[in-house]
Design a protein around this ligand. Structure first.
Ligand code: AMP
Length: 394
Protein backbone atom coordinates (compact mmCIF):
# COMPACT_ATOMS: atom_id res chain seq x y z
CA UNK A 1 0.00 0.00 0.00
CA UNK A 2 1.15 3.51 -0.71
CA UNK A 3 0.27 6.02 1.98
CA UNK A 4 -2.01 8.78 0.73
CA UNK A 5 0.12 11.48 -0.78
CA UNK A 6 3.25 9.33 -0.74
CA UNK A 7 4.79 8.20 -3.98
CA UNK A 8 7.13 5.39 -3.06
CA UNK A 9 9.45 5.77 -6.00
CA UNK A 10 8.44 9.28 -6.86
CA UNK A 11 10.03 12.61 -6.21
CA UNK A 12 7.48 14.28 -3.98
CA UNK A 13 7.26 12.15 -0.89
CA UNK A 14 5.07 13.07 2.03
CA UNK A 15 6.87 13.92 5.24
CA UNK A 16 5.95 11.85 8.25
CA UNK A 17 5.96 14.44 11.01
CA UNK A 18 6.66 13.80 14.72
CA UNK A 19 3.68 12.09 16.32
CA UNK A 20 3.69 9.36 13.66
CA UNK A 21 4.13 5.74 14.79
CA UNK A 22 7.22 3.91 13.56
CA UNK A 23 6.94 0.10 13.46
CA UNK A 24 10.23 -1.78 13.77
CA UNK A 25 10.58 -5.39 12.71
CA UNK A 26 13.09 -6.71 15.24
CA UNK A 27 13.55 -5.25 18.72
CA UNK A 28 17.27 -5.62 19.39
CA UNK A 29 19.83 -2.93 20.15
CA UNK A 30 19.61 -1.25 16.74
CA UNK A 31 15.84 -0.79 17.10
CA UNK A 32 16.30 0.38 20.68
CA UNK A 33 18.84 3.08 19.77
CA UNK A 34 16.62 4.12 16.85
CA UNK A 35 13.74 4.58 19.31
CA UNK A 36 15.89 6.44 21.87
CA UNK A 37 16.59 9.10 19.24
CA UNK A 38 13.19 8.85 17.59
CA UNK A 39 11.35 9.34 20.88
CA UNK A 40 13.36 12.50 21.50
CA UNK A 41 12.29 13.63 18.03
CA UNK A 42 8.60 13.06 18.94
CA UNK A 43 7.89 9.74 17.20
CA UNK A 44 6.20 6.73 18.79
CA UNK A 45 7.43 3.16 18.39
CA UNK A 46 6.01 -0.34 18.21
CA UNK A 47 8.11 -3.44 17.61
CA UNK A 48 7.52 -7.04 16.58
CA UNK A 49 9.99 -9.40 18.26
CA UNK A 50 9.70 -12.97 19.57
CA UNK A 51 11.71 -12.24 22.73
CA UNK A 52 9.57 -10.83 25.57
CA UNK A 53 11.01 -7.63 27.06
CA UNK A 54 13.49 -7.28 24.18
CA UNK A 55 15.83 -4.24 24.13
CA UNK A 56 13.39 -2.10 22.12
CA UNK A 57 10.31 -3.55 23.84
CA UNK A 58 11.60 -2.11 27.13
CA UNK A 59 11.04 1.41 25.81
CA UNK A 60 8.18 0.95 23.32
CA UNK A 61 5.05 -1.06 22.64
CA UNK A 62 5.85 -4.66 21.71
CA UNK A 63 3.98 -7.35 19.77
CA UNK A 64 5.57 -10.58 20.97
CA UNK A 65 5.52 -13.13 18.15
CA UNK A 66 7.74 -14.87 15.62
CA UNK A 67 8.99 -12.69 12.75
CA UNK A 68 7.22 -14.86 10.19
CA UNK A 69 3.86 -14.78 12.03
CA UNK A 70 1.58 -13.21 9.41
CA UNK A 71 -1.13 -12.24 11.90
CA UNK A 72 1.38 -10.43 14.12
CA UNK A 73 2.91 -8.69 11.09
CA UNK A 74 -0.63 -7.57 10.19
CA UNK A 75 -1.01 -6.11 13.70
CA UNK A 76 2.28 -4.25 13.30
CA UNK A 77 1.11 -2.87 9.95
CA UNK A 78 -2.21 -1.73 11.48
CA UNK A 79 -0.49 0.15 14.33
CA UNK A 80 2.34 1.81 12.39
CA UNK A 81 2.37 4.75 9.96
CA UNK A 82 5.72 3.63 8.59
CA UNK A 83 7.64 0.38 8.95
CA UNK A 84 11.36 -0.25 9.08
CA UNK A 85 13.52 -3.21 10.07
CA UNK A 86 16.69 -3.64 12.08
CA UNK A 87 18.00 -6.81 10.39
CA UNK A 88 18.07 -7.87 6.76
CA UNK A 89 16.99 -11.50 6.94
CA UNK A 90 13.32 -10.54 6.96
CA UNK A 91 11.10 -13.34 5.67
CA UNK A 92 10.11 -12.52 2.06
CA UNK A 93 6.41 -13.29 2.71
CA UNK A 94 6.32 -10.96 5.71
CA UNK A 95 8.09 -8.19 3.78
CA UNK A 96 5.48 -8.48 0.99
CA UNK A 97 2.61 -8.46 3.49
CA UNK A 98 3.96 -5.37 5.26
CA UNK A 99 4.42 -3.57 1.96
CA UNK A 100 0.85 -4.35 0.98
CA UNK A 101 -0.71 -3.25 4.28
CA UNK A 102 1.53 -0.41 5.38
CA UNK A 103 4.16 2.05 4.19
CA UNK A 104 7.66 0.53 3.92
CA UNK A 105 9.82 3.21 2.30
CA UNK A 106 12.85 0.90 2.22
CA UNK A 107 10.79 -1.59 0.18
CA UNK A 108 11.41 -5.33 -0.04
CA UNK A 109 13.64 -5.19 -3.14
CA UNK A 110 16.63 -3.89 -1.18
CA UNK A 111 16.20 -6.76 1.30
CA UNK A 112 15.99 -9.26 -1.56
CA UNK A 113 19.24 -7.86 -2.98
CA UNK A 114 21.22 -7.72 0.26
CA UNK A 115 20.08 -11.15 1.53
CA UNK A 116 22.19 -12.87 -1.12
CA UNK A 117 25.89 -12.17 -1.80
CA UNK A 118 25.68 -12.83 -5.54
CA UNK A 119 22.70 -10.51 -6.04
CA UNK A 120 24.37 -7.96 -3.78
CA UNK A 121 27.66 -8.01 -5.71
CA UNK A 122 25.84 -7.71 -9.02
CA UNK A 123 23.91 -4.69 -7.71
CA UNK A 124 27.07 -3.03 -6.35
CA UNK A 125 28.82 -3.55 -9.68
CA UNK A 126 25.80 -2.22 -11.55
CA UNK A 127 26.11 0.91 -9.39
CA UNK A 128 29.63 1.30 -10.80
CA UNK A 129 31.51 0.32 -7.62
CA UNK A 130 34.38 -2.22 -7.54
CA UNK A 131 34.05 -5.53 -5.69
CA UNK A 132 36.67 -8.28 -5.24
CA UNK A 133 36.70 -10.48 -8.37
CA UNK A 134 34.32 -13.40 -7.74
CA UNK A 135 32.66 -16.47 -9.25
CA UNK A 136 29.47 -18.33 -8.52
CA UNK A 137 30.28 -21.87 -7.34
CA UNK A 138 27.90 -24.71 -8.20
CA UNK A 139 30.14 -27.79 -7.89
CA UNK A 140 33.60 -28.88 -6.77
CA UNK A 141 34.70 -28.70 -10.40
CA UNK A 142 33.49 -25.10 -10.71
CA UNK A 143 35.39 -24.26 -7.51
CA UNK A 144 38.60 -25.79 -8.90
CA UNK A 145 38.13 -23.91 -12.15
CA UNK A 146 37.37 -20.60 -10.37
CA UNK A 147 40.42 -21.01 -8.08
CA UNK A 148 42.62 -21.28 -11.17
CA UNK A 149 40.97 -18.26 -12.80
CA UNK A 150 41.10 -15.99 -9.73
CA UNK A 151 44.33 -17.41 -8.29
CA UNK A 152 44.75 -18.36 -4.60
CA UNK A 153 44.36 -17.13 -1.93
CA UNK A 154 40.57 -16.83 -2.17
CA UNK A 155 37.64 -16.82 0.23
CA UNK A 156 34.80 -19.30 -0.21
CA UNK A 157 31.55 -17.97 1.27
CA UNK A 158 27.94 -19.06 1.54
CA UNK A 159 25.75 -16.66 -0.43
CA UNK A 160 23.16 -16.51 2.35
CA UNK A 161 23.01 -16.76 6.10
CA UNK A 162 26.66 -15.98 6.98
CA UNK A 163 27.56 -13.38 9.58
CA UNK A 164 30.52 -12.56 11.84
CA UNK A 165 32.77 -14.72 9.65
CA UNK A 166 30.50 -17.77 9.84
CA UNK A 167 29.97 -19.62 6.56
CA UNK A 168 33.34 -18.78 5.03
CA UNK A 169 36.78 -20.30 4.56
CA UNK A 170 40.03 -18.72 3.39
CA UNK A 171 41.64 -20.99 0.78
CA UNK A 172 45.41 -20.74 0.46
CA UNK A 173 46.29 -24.09 -1.11
CA UNK A 174 44.66 -26.31 -3.70
CA UNK A 175 44.50 -29.19 -1.22
CA UNK A 176 41.96 -27.25 0.86
CA UNK A 177 39.36 -26.93 -1.88
CA UNK A 178 37.56 -30.25 -1.54
CA UNK A 179 37.20 -30.17 2.24
CA UNK A 180 36.02 -26.54 2.21
CA UNK A 181 33.56 -27.22 -0.60
CA UNK A 182 32.10 -30.27 1.18
CA UNK A 183 31.74 -28.34 4.42
CA UNK A 184 30.06 -25.22 3.03
CA UNK A 185 27.97 -27.05 0.42
CA UNK A 186 26.51 -29.19 3.22
CA UNK A 187 24.76 -26.06 4.56
CA UNK A 188 22.58 -26.18 1.45
CA UNK A 189 23.40 -22.55 0.65
CA UNK A 190 24.65 -21.36 -2.73
CA UNK A 191 28.37 -20.53 -2.72
CA UNK A 192 30.57 -17.75 -3.99
CA UNK A 193 34.36 -17.63 -4.35
CA UNK A 194 36.08 -14.28 -3.93
CA UNK A 195 39.63 -13.23 -4.58
CA UNK A 196 41.37 -12.55 -1.24
CA UNK A 197 42.15 -8.82 -1.03
CA UNK A 198 45.31 -8.21 1.05
CA UNK A 199 43.82 -5.07 2.57
CA UNK A 200 45.70 -2.54 4.68
CA UNK A 201 42.51 -1.59 6.48
CA UNK A 202 38.80 -2.29 6.60
CA UNK A 203 36.51 0.72 6.62
CA UNK A 204 32.80 1.38 6.46
CA UNK A 205 30.74 4.37 5.43
CA UNK A 206 27.14 4.81 6.53
CA UNK A 207 25.12 6.69 3.93
CA UNK A 208 21.48 7.77 4.04
CA UNK A 209 18.97 8.48 1.32
CA UNK A 210 15.44 9.87 1.53
CA UNK A 211 12.58 8.78 -0.77
CA UNK A 212 12.94 12.27 -2.28
CA UNK A 213 16.52 11.39 -3.28
CA UNK A 214 18.66 13.43 -0.86
CA UNK A 215 21.88 11.53 -0.03
CA UNK A 216 24.47 12.13 2.72
CA UNK A 217 27.24 10.05 4.27
CA UNK A 218 29.06 9.96 7.59
CA UNK A 219 32.87 10.01 7.88
CA UNK A 220 34.44 6.56 7.27
CA UNK A 221 35.14 4.36 10.28
CA UNK A 222 38.26 2.19 10.41
CA UNK A 223 37.12 -1.16 11.75
CA UNK A 224 39.18 -3.69 13.71
CA UNK A 225 37.70 -7.16 14.17
CA UNK A 226 38.69 -9.75 16.74
CA UNK A 227 37.50 -13.34 16.12
CA UNK A 228 35.45 -11.94 13.23
CA UNK A 229 33.44 -9.71 15.56
CA UNK A 230 33.76 -5.93 15.37
CA UNK A 231 35.97 -4.78 18.25
CA UNK A 232 36.87 -1.16 17.45
CA UNK A 233 35.71 1.58 15.10
CA UNK A 234 38.23 4.39 14.84
CA UNK A 235 37.19 7.81 13.50
CA UNK A 236 38.80 9.60 11.74
CA UNK A 237 40.02 6.44 10.01
CA UNK A 238 43.83 6.37 9.86
CA UNK A 239 43.93 6.59 6.07
CA UNK A 240 44.69 9.57 3.80
CA UNK A 241 41.88 12.10 3.53
CA UNK A 242 41.74 11.60 -0.22
CA UNK A 243 40.81 7.92 0.31
CA UNK A 244 38.24 8.95 2.92
CA UNK A 245 36.67 11.30 0.42
CA UNK A 246 36.58 8.58 -2.26
CA UNK A 247 35.05 6.11 0.21
CA UNK A 248 32.21 8.53 1.00
CA UNK A 249 31.64 9.19 -2.67
CA UNK A 250 31.55 5.44 -3.41
CA UNK A 251 29.09 4.78 -0.57
CA UNK A 252 26.78 7.54 -1.84
CA UNK A 253 27.05 6.18 -5.37
CA UNK A 254 26.07 2.66 -4.21
CA UNK A 255 23.21 4.06 -2.13
CA UNK A 256 21.85 5.86 -5.16
CA UNK A 257 22.48 2.90 -7.47
CA UNK A 258 20.55 0.58 -5.16
CA UNK A 259 17.75 3.16 -4.94
CA UNK A 260 17.97 2.77 -1.17
CA UNK A 261 15.81 4.61 1.35
CA UNK A 262 17.00 4.89 4.94
CA UNK A 263 20.54 3.94 5.88
CA UNK A 264 22.94 1.84 3.87
CA UNK A 265 26.13 0.71 5.62
CA UNK A 266 28.83 0.11 3.03
CA UNK A 267 31.82 -2.02 4.13
CA UNK A 268 35.01 -1.69 2.10
CA UNK A 269 38.58 -2.95 1.92
CA UNK A 270 41.42 -0.47 1.39
CA UNK A 271 44.10 -2.17 -0.73
CA UNK A 272 47.83 -1.35 -0.52
CA UNK A 273 47.67 0.88 -3.60
CA UNK A 274 44.78 2.83 -2.06
CA UNK A 275 42.08 1.31 -4.24
CA UNK A 276 38.76 0.49 -2.60
CA UNK A 277 36.64 -2.66 -2.90
CA UNK A 278 33.10 -2.85 -1.56
CA UNK A 279 32.76 -6.04 0.51
CA UNK A 280 29.13 -5.93 1.55
CA UNK A 281 26.27 -3.59 2.35
CA UNK A 282 23.58 -3.58 5.04
CA UNK A 283 20.31 -1.63 4.66
CA UNK A 284 20.07 -0.59 8.33
CA UNK A 285 21.94 1.10 11.15
CA UNK A 286 25.29 -0.61 11.62
CA UNK A 287 27.54 -1.41 14.58
CA UNK A 288 30.35 0.57 12.93
CA UNK A 289 28.10 3.66 12.95
CA UNK A 290 27.54 3.71 16.72
CA UNK A 291 30.35 6.24 17.04
CA UNK A 292 28.01 8.86 15.53
CA UNK A 293 25.86 8.88 18.70
CA UNK A 294 28.08 11.34 20.54
CA UNK A 295 30.70 12.20 17.95
CA UNK A 296 28.59 13.56 15.08
CA UNK A 297 26.11 16.41 14.80
CA UNK A 298 23.47 13.80 13.91
CA UNK A 299 23.51 10.13 14.96
CA UNK A 300 23.05 7.33 12.43
CA UNK A 301 19.76 6.50 14.21
CA UNK A 302 18.34 10.01 13.88
CA UNK A 303 19.50 10.00 10.26
CA UNK A 304 17.68 6.74 9.58
CA UNK A 305 14.47 8.15 11.03
CA UNK A 306 14.90 11.37 9.06
CA UNK A 307 15.44 9.32 5.90
CA UNK A 308 12.46 6.97 6.25
CA UNK A 309 10.19 9.85 7.30
CA UNK A 310 11.44 11.86 4.32
CA UNK A 311 12.70 14.78 6.45
CA UNK A 312 15.75 16.77 5.34
CA UNK A 313 18.86 14.78 6.32
CA UNK A 314 20.89 15.94 9.33
CA UNK A 315 24.40 17.36 9.41
CA UNK A 316 26.97 14.51 9.44
CA UNK A 317 29.94 16.58 10.61
CA UNK A 318 32.34 14.84 12.99
CA UNK A 319 32.47 16.92 16.19
CA UNK A 320 35.27 15.01 17.90
CA UNK A 321 37.71 12.16 17.22
CA UNK A 322 36.23 8.99 18.66
CA UNK A 323 36.86 5.30 19.18
CA UNK A 324 33.90 2.95 19.60
CA UNK A 325 34.66 -0.27 21.44
CA UNK A 326 32.15 -3.10 21.70
CA UNK A 327 31.25 -4.57 25.08
CA UNK A 328 30.67 -8.32 24.71
CA UNK A 329 29.34 -10.63 27.42
CA UNK A 330 32.82 -11.35 28.76
CA UNK A 331 33.55 -7.60 29.10
CA UNK A 332 30.28 -6.52 30.70
CA UNK A 333 30.99 -6.75 34.43
CA UNK A 334 34.30 -4.91 34.24
CA UNK A 335 32.91 -2.28 31.88
CA UNK A 336 30.07 -1.57 34.33
CA UNK A 337 32.24 -1.50 37.43
CA UNK A 338 34.69 0.85 35.71
CA UNK A 339 31.85 3.12 34.60
CA UNK A 340 30.68 3.69 38.19
CA UNK A 341 34.15 4.55 39.53
CA UNK A 342 36.29 7.61 39.02
CA UNK A 343 38.22 6.71 35.87
CA UNK A 344 41.76 7.97 36.48
CA UNK A 345 43.09 6.56 33.18
CA UNK A 346 40.40 8.41 31.25
CA UNK A 347 41.15 11.64 33.10
CA UNK A 348 44.89 11.44 32.56
CA UNK A 349 44.48 10.57 28.86
CA UNK A 350 41.82 13.24 28.29
CA UNK A 351 39.32 10.61 27.11
CA UNK A 352 35.56 10.80 27.79
CA UNK A 353 33.99 7.31 27.85
CA UNK A 354 30.25 7.10 27.12
CA UNK A 355 28.78 3.71 28.02
CA UNK A 356 25.72 2.40 26.17
CA UNK A 357 24.03 -0.79 27.41
CA UNK A 358 21.33 -2.60 25.48
CA UNK A 359 19.24 -4.09 28.32
CA UNK A 360 19.75 -7.70 27.27
CA UNK A 361 18.81 -10.15 30.02
CA UNK A 362 21.34 -12.88 29.23
CA UNK A 363 25.00 -11.97 29.12
CA UNK A 364 26.80 -14.55 26.98
CA UNK A 365 30.34 -14.92 25.70
CA UNK A 366 30.76 -12.92 22.45
CA UNK A 367 27.20 -11.51 22.67
CA UNK A 368 27.02 -7.77 22.02
CA UNK A 369 25.79 -6.29 25.31
CA UNK A 370 26.74 -2.65 24.77
CA UNK A 371 29.46 -0.36 23.54
CA UNK A 372 31.56 2.56 24.75
CA UNK A 373 32.13 5.67 22.68
CA UNK A 374 35.45 7.23 23.68
CA UNK A 375 35.52 10.90 22.82
CA UNK A 376 39.10 12.10 22.64
CA UNK A 377 41.53 14.69 21.36
CA UNK A 378 43.40 12.02 19.40
CA UNK A 379 42.30 8.45 18.61
CA UNK A 380 45.66 7.11 19.88
CA UNK A 381 44.70 8.31 23.42
CA UNK A 382 41.43 6.38 23.25
CA UNK A 383 43.23 3.27 21.98
CA UNK A 384 45.66 3.62 24.90
CA UNK A 385 42.65 3.75 27.29
CA UNK A 386 41.32 0.50 25.79
CA UNK A 387 44.74 -1.08 26.41
CA UNK A 388 45.14 0.27 29.95
CA UNK A 389 41.71 -0.78 31.23
CA UNK A 390 42.30 -4.51 30.67
CA UNK A 391 38.57 -4.98 30.02
CA UNK A 392 39.32 -6.44 26.57
CA UNK A 393 42.09 -8.84 27.53
CA UNK A 394 39.79 -11.82 26.73
P1 AMP B 1 32.22 -10.78 5.50
O1 AMP B 1 31.32 -11.80 6.15
O2 AMP B 1 32.11 -10.78 4.02
O3 AMP B 1 32.04 -9.42 6.10
O4 AMP B 1 33.71 -11.20 5.86
C1 AMP B 1 34.19 -11.23 7.19
C2 AMP B 1 35.63 -10.80 7.23
O5 AMP B 1 36.45 -11.69 6.47
C3 AMP B 1 35.87 -9.43 6.62
O6 AMP B 1 35.63 -8.42 7.58
C4 AMP B 1 37.34 -9.54 6.23
O7 AMP B 1 38.18 -9.33 7.35
C5 AMP B 1 37.48 -10.97 5.79
N1 AMP B 1 37.24 -11.09 4.33
C6 AMP B 1 36.07 -11.36 3.73
N2 AMP B 1 36.19 -11.36 2.38
C7 AMP B 1 37.49 -11.07 2.12
C8 AMP B 1 38.26 -10.91 0.91
N3 AMP B 1 37.71 -11.08 -0.30
N4 AMP B 1 39.57 -10.60 1.04
C9 AMP B 1 40.14 -10.44 2.27
N5 AMP B 1 39.48 -10.59 3.42
C10 AMP B 1 38.18 -10.90 3.37
Amino acid sequence: MTKPGVQQNGQVGERLAPGAVIGVLGGGQLGRMMALDGTRMGYKFVTLDPQPDCPLGQISEQITAAYDNAEAAGQLAAKADVITYEFENVDAGVAALLEERSYVPQGSKLLYTTQHRLREKAAIEAAGAPVAPYREITSLESLQQAAVELGLPCVLKTATGGYDGKGQVVLREEEQLEEAYTRLASTGAELVLEKFIPFTSEISVIAARTPDGEVKSFPPAENIHVNNILHLSIVPARIPSEIQRRACQLAEQVTEGLNAAGLLAVEMFVAEDGSLYVNEVAPRPHNSGHYTMEACATSQFEQHIRAICNLPLGDTTLLSPVVMVNVLGQHLDEAISRSIRKDKAAISLGVIPKLHLYGKADSKHNRKMGHINLLCGDVEDALEWVKQTNIWRH
